[in-house]
Design a binder for this molecule. Structure first.
Ligand code: ZN
Length: 513
């Protein structure tokens, strides 16, 4: 007796079709599993047999071979439990073979027969739909994310008996198809839970830097004493980025699906996210990897904001690991058992105190020694400081100013977002047909073309360049930022005023000399 059930493997975000083939013969009673299998897949046998026994479905002692094909593809995770169980029941003729034909199965089994959620349902169903598969049975908790895939009938099952009844012909009554998500009123649901910039009092310069950062995709570093509002500002940045487009939303939701980070019943993620890994974060948690190749914080921040608070406290290893994603907008993870590639195109926002105690240059409060200061700042050099386009210093604010109940006159996130969207439109028109999307991405070779200056402006920048002893890198950075400032004003020309402002955001040379 033989059966073949359609299921899937994941490699990073990539979904790869797998067939679970079951052969039952009358030889010596034994169960063998074939293929390149991780330990969780090998344990599948115990879970499946126990689950079937506990709902009263005995598998008779016989010679059973389970092959997950293609054999050479490394497989991990528990999502093969359900396809293996369904294959066994089919081979044992609990239901006719045509019942499961053309269907896809995913799910982990608990010992009592319940079906537990799995990772990666969305990317798997998107790939399956593209290959012409039209119906699937997935864990009930993953049905909502699956239902965003058009042309796929998604059935969310709670337990193995439900699946058996469905395959025995009970149909809709056993497992109804999940309704596709309602077209949300995006305007009203967007930015729920993202705090608003209008609540931030004072710190006008930092708010302005946040606007420029979002508009041109410039990475931002905020320095300032504890309590100045650095995290408060960073947390509000997803709210001024344009809403996710449909493709972006599918991409981001797929990432959260593979990471196992969608809440039960969550369908499509429509909001930009905010990822703030702690400085003690492990390399695997930051960039991805680990035993089961999960995406890290930088990938969870894809098309969103990655916030590194207390930047100098991050290990050298963590900072170095950011080099590749900052350069390539993706990360490749190679391990003995697998290799995976994840997108990692995030807006980098960092914050730090100006010194270990936090109060430099207020020498009444700061007792840090010069070597302490130098060591602290020295941690933020090289790969990361080179990638910071905007640096802004926050001054301590009076507590009363932050907590004041008086209505704030500051701009709302919605108003700021409108400006960001307009500036981004200008960039996407300008860079159509080029590899660039944002001003921040302009390489030095393209700066002359896209950030051209008039004679007076050129002479002016030359003067500042010499006076401040700017590096070539700093010079280019200034031009990129000035381009964004001009775009925010809808100005084709970069004026001296734009240059003056751009220069004011360069990382302070007195800190990092
Ligand atoms: Zn200090």
């Amino acid at each position: 007796m033989y059966s073949e059930i359609q299921t899937y493997a994941l490699q990073g975000l990539k979904a790869i079709p797998v067939r679970a083939e079951i052969d039952i013969s009358s030889g010596m009673p034994m169960v063998s599993m074939v293929g390149s299998l991780g330990s969780e897949v090998r344990e599948s046998r115990e879970r499946v047999w126990a689950a079937l026994r506990n709902v009263g479905l005995e598998v008779p002692a016989s010679h059973i071979t389970i092959n997950l094909s293609p054999a050479e593809l490394h497989k991990d995770g528990a999502a093969y439990d359900l396809p293996i169980a369904v294959g066994l029941l089919q081979a044992l003729e609990y239901f006719p073979p045509e019942a499961a034909e053309g269907m896809l199965f995913l799910g982990e089994l608990g010992l009592s027969g319940e079906i537990k959620p799995v990772r990666g349902t969305l990317p798997i169903l998107r790939d399956a739909a593209a290959r012409g598969i039209r119906e699937c049975i997935v864990p009930a908790q993953n049905a909502a994310e699956g239902s965003v895939v058009p042309e796929m009938k998604v059935r969310g099952a709670e337990d193995i008996l439900q699946v058996l009844h469905f395959l025995q012909g009970a149909g809709e009554e056993a497992i109804p198809a999940q309704a596709p998500p309602k077209e949300d009123d995006v305007a009203s649901t967007r930015h729920q839970g993202i705090p608003d910039f209008s609540e931030v009092r004072g710190q006008q310069i930092a708010k302005r830097a946040a606007l420029i950062s979002a508009a041109g995709f410039h990475s931002l570093l905020m320095t300032g004493p504890p309590g100045a509002g650095k995290s408060m500002l960073a947390k509000r940045m997803p709210g001024i980025l344009p809403p996710l487009g449909t493709d972006e939303a599918l991409e981001v939701t797929s990432i959260y699906s593979v990471a196992g980070k969608l809440s039960p019943g969550e369908s499509l993620i429509r909001e930009r996210r905010f990822q703030a890994p702690h400085h003690s974060v492990s390399r695997a948690a930051l960039i991805g990897g680990g035993r089961d190749a999960r995406p890290g914080a930088i990938t969870l921040a894809h098309r969103s904001v990655l916030f590194l608070d207390e930047l100098p406290e991050f290990s050298r290893d963590s900072i170095d690991a950011l080099r590749e994603p900052l350069e390539e907008h993706r990360i490749r993870i190679d391990r003995a058992a697998y290799s995976a590639e994840y997108p990692a195109d995030f807006l980098l926002v960092c914050a730090m105190n100006p010194c270990p105690c936090g109060y430099y240059p207020d020498r009444n409060r700061c007792k840090c020694t010069e070597p302490q200061l130098a060591r602290y700042l020295g941690k933020v050099s090289g790969p990361i400081l080179d990638r910071i386009d905007l640096c802004v210093e926050l001054k301590a604010v009076e507590l009363s100013e932050i907590t004041s109940k008086a209505p704030s006159s500051g701009e709302t996130s919605a108003q700021m977002r409108e400006k960001v969207i307009a500036a981004r439109q200008i960039q996407s028109d300008r860079y159509r047909g080029t590899p660039y999307r944002f001003n921040a991405e302009l390489p030095s070779t393209a700066i002359e073309r896209y950030c051209a200056l008039g004679d007076a402006e050129s002479a002016y920048l030359q003067t500042i360049y010499e006076k401040l002893g700017m590096s070539a890198r700093s010079y280019h950075r200034t031009l990129r930022v000035a381009r964004t400032i001009a775009d925010l004003e809808g100005s084709d020309l970069i004026t001296s005023a734009h240059l003056i402002e751009a220069v004011s955001y360069r990382p302070d040379r007195s800190y990092w000399r």
